[in-house]
Design a protein around this ligand. Structure first.
Ligand code: MOS
Length: 768
């Protein structure tokens, strides 16, 4: 049973040029807030204020989905396949039912017509698993202990009609004697992609270099595992879900259960990490809803840590062969990427769009293996692609006798190289200059490996591009209450990035009230539509929606206040949280007074994210550059990252402290990807051996370098009325490439097999 192509791929590859006119609701100049340009005088927006929910989070009072306990709640556990590939797996439900406290067992047979997941004909369970971790059954019990005991009983009694040969390694899968997983072959060539004529470009080159880069399977490693709590009241279902998309889960649950969307409410309050693995509907949510309906009680299902490693997606591995050609002066004439990897491992965005190069050739082959579907992970494809591209450029710079920074300056793209469009803003050169200065680029040894050692230091850099204009149709409401407080309502969720805070800042700014007077409801499908938090779209899509809603409330307050002040609406204005006669600093009415005196319950402003007339035809992207300093112990192979300077553009940083925090988190995950993280498959067993936080290595506190975030660039005049672009994903992209380059600068060796564990480094150094 094939897994359906997850709907969220469409969401993150969202393309403005394919949007309908309706979606791109044209700006109504009367109904729109004024765009906050570079010279706007703002009081709350742009300030590095602490998170509005910071105290709740640090004192443990913030309720994460995993914390939800409802009266009478039952507990579910998923039984996942221990077989990488089998047919006719039999679940012995009776073995679990014998366990005291176990109430029910769900299997493919027992669910019958209910065994339906999403709208694509997929099932909740299989009896023919194709990877370790596929759903076989679910157990329901009165306690989580009993549910786990029931799961253990089933796991111990599993039998299969046939255990089939498996393959979990991409290179094994290509061998002639490999078990065939696909129809004709385990390999499927992707659509070729060419710009210009790469062969001609290489022909025109004075210098050509090539490089092979390998990257490993990384997992999202969310601290809060995946899970749901489902509760019915009559025909209405409420789901608390640890999700990056409450609306996405609502639609998926409704479709799976065959109930109207309006009968389903999905809530996500606080979240312990998603990183792309929680963008879509998951099976446990549907199972919890089915159990809850059948037994008339709320049901909670959370995956355990090992299950989290097995069946919530991963960043697929890659094998990349890269080639670059340039003229003597460094002008790129051709770039080429030929890559292979498990399904979804395409990683060509950086090579096709970051640098000016007329000829680019991309070929990719997906290879079928028994390891379950990958999922988007923070900048899907890009840390991998960047880890190949940036070292390729440094190798080229070496061959040309050029400084790597000069080579990148030389190939700066004035316009979007894929389509010739102008950029809304492009401060990449400033990212280069400020980053280079902050790291002390002049200290870089021109001759790689010339540090006498044995512990050698080196500097390296990388750059990055990301589409960051956000998505259409996001809506919000701004409610002004009789006490003068303001309440923002928007469906989108705060996945830990600080969305709550920046949205409150925008409402406070537009209505002229202190931030403490603004509260917010988000992560709830009872609030106006806000889409999934993926693709770095949340800030650029939600900020203008809230801005527009606050503006609408402002217009309504002015209209209500004018007659109360005995004036015409055009003669009064809202300033400093009061509606006053134009030009006057005295008198007037506070917002609460207006609501009270107008004798209304509240004043509700509504807003939608709209698009600037020049948006279509403009490339709205964010650039960044990172500079890493590393220390390589050439005797032990240990690499330590000492410092990363990360200069990134996000247009207006509504809250520079939170923007810097996004950069820090991205760099830390980039360090994990470069040096530590690798989910290891046992080729013989087809299982994964390090499915816990002891054996799966993340960067620990002593491994985290000094990180210097630098926010570069003016507010973007095109992206939205706030001038803010997305920043969630960009900072994870260039870190690994910069580290590989720094290791080369330190040692003179190309370590191109990530993560750079000591054994791999020693091998690259020729020491083992
Ligand atoms: Mo992101 S990988 O689009 O959550």
């Amino acid at each position: 049973m094939a897994n359906p192509k997850p709907p969220y791929y469409a969401e993150i590859t969202y393309d403005i040029d394919n949007e309908t006119e309706r979606a791109l609701a044209p700006i109504d100049p009367e109904g729109e807030p004024r765009t906050w340009g570079a010279d706007a005088k703002l009081g709350v927006v742009g300030k590095p204020l602490p998170r509005v929910d910071g105290l709740l989070r640090t004192t443990g009072r913030a309720k994460y989905t995993a914390d939800i306990q409802l009266p009478g709640m039952l507990y579910g556990e998923i039984v996942m396949s221990p077989f990488p590939r089998a047919r006719g797996v039999r679940v012995d439900a009776a073995s679990a039912r014998k366990v005291p406290g176990v109430i029910d067992v769900m299997t493919p047979e027992s669910t019958g017509n209910d065994n339906k997941f999403g709208g694509g004909g997929a099932s909740l369970f299989t009896d023919s698993p194709n990877f370790v971790g596929e759903y076989l059954a679910a157990v329901l019990a009165e306690s989580s202990e009993a549910a786990r005991e029931g799961r253990r009983a089933i796991m111990a009694s599993l039998e299969a009609d046939e255990i089939l040969p498996h393959v979990v390694d991409v290179e094994d899968a290509a061998k002639s004697d490999a078990p065939r997983l696909g129809r004709e072959s385990n390999e499927r060539e992707g659509r070729p992609s060419d710009r210009g004529d790469a062969e001609r470009g290489f022909g025109e080159a004075d210098v050509t270099v090539d490089l092979e880069m390998r990257t490993a399977v990384e997992t999202h490693a969310c601290l809060e595992t995946h899970g749901s709590v489902a509760a019915w009241e009559g025909e209405s279902l409420t789901v608390h879900d640890s999700t990056q998309s409450v609306y996405g889960v609502r639609d998926g649950v409704a479709e799976s259960l065959g109930v109207p969307q309006e009968n389903v409410r999905v809530i996500k309050n606080f979240m312990g990490g998603g990183f792309g693995s929680k963008l879509g509907l998951d099976r446990y949510t549907v199972i919890a809803a089915l159990f809850a309906k059948k037994h008339g009680k709320p049901v909670k299902i959370f995956l355990d840590r090992r299950q989290e490693f097995l069946n919530t997606g991963h960043r697929p591995s890659s094998i990349q062969r890269l080639r670059a050609g340039a003229k003597k002066d460094g002008t790129l004439t051709a770039l080429e990427l030929v890559s292979r990897g498990p399904a979804g491992s395409q990683c060509s965005r950086q090579i096709t769009s970051l640098y000016a190069c007329p000829n680019v050739r991309v070929r990719h082959t997906d290879v079928s293996v028994n390891m379950g579907p990958p999922r988007p992970q923070r900048a899907p494809g890009d840390p991998q692609g960047s880890a190949g591209l940036e070292p390729l450029l440094d190798k080229l710079a070496g061959a040309l006798g050029m400084d790597p920074l000069d080579l990148r300056r030389k190939n700066f793209a004035e316009t979007n190289p894929s389509n010739g469009q102008p950029y809304s803003t492009n401060p990449l050169l400033e990212c280069y200059e400020r980053g280079a200065q902050a790291i002390g680029w002049h200290r870089r040894r021109a001759t790689p490996g010339s540090d006498p050692g044995p512990v050698k230091r080196g500097l390296g850099m990388g750059a990055q591009i990301w589409n960051s204009g956000g998505a259409p149709n996001w809506r919000a409401e701004c409610v002004v209450r009789p006490d003068g407080s303001v309440h923002v309502r928007i469906g989108t969720q705060d996945i830990g990035t600080g969305t709550r805070t920046i949205l409150c800042q925008v409402a406070a700014e537009e209505l002229g009230v202190p931030l403490e007077r603004v509260s917010i409801t988000l992560g709830d499908t009872n609030a106006p539509y806000g889409g999934g938090s993926g693709g770095s779209v949340t800030a650029p899509s939600s900020l203008p929606a809230v801005h527009a809603a606050a503006f609408d409330a402002r217009e309504k307050l002015v209209a209500l206040a004018a007659p109360l002040l005995g004036a015409k609406p055009e003669d009064v204005e809202l300033r400093g949280g009061r509606v006053v006669p134009k030009g006057s600093s005295e008198g007037g009415l506070a917002l609460g007074e207006i609501v009270t005196r107008a004798n209304v319950e509240s004043v509700v402003g509504a807003g939608t994210r709209t698009f600037h007339p020049d948006y279509r035809g403009t490339s709205v992207v964010s650039f960044g550059a990172q500079f890493a300093e590393v220390e390589v112990d050439t005797e032990t192979g240990f690499v330590r990252v000492l410092k990363v300077v990360a200069a990134h553009d996000c247009g207006r940083a509504v809250n520079p402290m939170l923007a810097a925090s996004q950069i820090e988190g991205g760099v830390i995950q980039g360090v994990c990807f470069a040096l530590y993280s690798e989910r290891i498959a046992d080729r013989a067993l087809g299982d994964f051996v390090n499915t816990n936080f002891h054996d799966y290595r993340l960067a620990l506190v002593p491994d985290i370098p000094e990180i210097v975030p630098i926010l570069v660039g003016p507010p973007d005049p095109i992206v939205n009325s706030v001038g803010a672009k997305g920043l969630g994903e960009p900072p994870v992209i260039p870190t690994a490439g910069a580290i590989v380059n720094a290791v080369h600068n330190a040692t003179g060796a190309w370590c191109t097999d990530l993560p750079l564990t000591p054994d791999r480094v020693l091998r690259a150094l020729g020491r083992v």
